[in-house]
Ligand binder design. Structure first.
Ligand SMILES: [Zn+2]
Ligand SMILES: [Zn+2]
Length: 149
């Protein structure tokens, strides 16, 4: 896995402590975070304007991408599955675990665009799947509680 510095360098973006701080949150946890969660975890000292500007820039470069969560909260996640996937990421399934509540990018699960009636153009396809993640499945062993709902 690349370091935050490696990623910034590859995209021709200057390394600043704030940008490295933001990227490290994603690299270390590999799940999607809200703006508030990113700010808290990064423990950044920078002002809000700089923070939002950095987020916007990472979005523009496709280093991170937005996900609309079940409750409408916008979350952000790293677009790079690993160092091998360096081109634009494909639309992939997002998985919301009902047990640990993490939102994860499933890069292996590519979203196929649906066939639409004539006249409609797709700009984005978002698929959000809920269930039990691999870590929780091992931990809880019991799925009945969730499958009943
Ligand atoms: Zn889980
Ligand atoms: Zn994603």
């Amino acid at each position: 896995m690349e370091t935050a510095q490696d990623i910034l360098k590859r995209y021709g973006i200057g390394s600043t402590p704030d940008r490295i701080g933001i990227l490290n949150v994603f690299i270390q946890h590999r799940v999607a975070f809200s703006i508030v969660e990113i700010q808290q975890r990064a423990g950044l000292s920078c002002n809000k304007t700089t923070f939002y500007r950095n987020i916007e820039m990472l979005l523009e470069k496709d280093i991170i991408h937005k996900i609309s969560d079940l409750d409408g909260t916008v979350r952000y996640s790293l677009s790079l599955a690993d160092s091998l996937l360096s081109v634009h990421p494909t639309e992939h399934v997002h998985f919301r675990c009902l047990h640990c509540h993490t939102l994860t990018c499933l890069f292996q699960a590519v979203v196929q665009s649906p066939l639409l009636p004539a006249g409609y153009t797709i700009t984005r396809t978002q698929v959000l799947v809920t269930g039990i993640c691999e870590h929780c499945r091992e931990a809880i062993h019991v799925l009945e509680d969730y499958t009943l709902n």
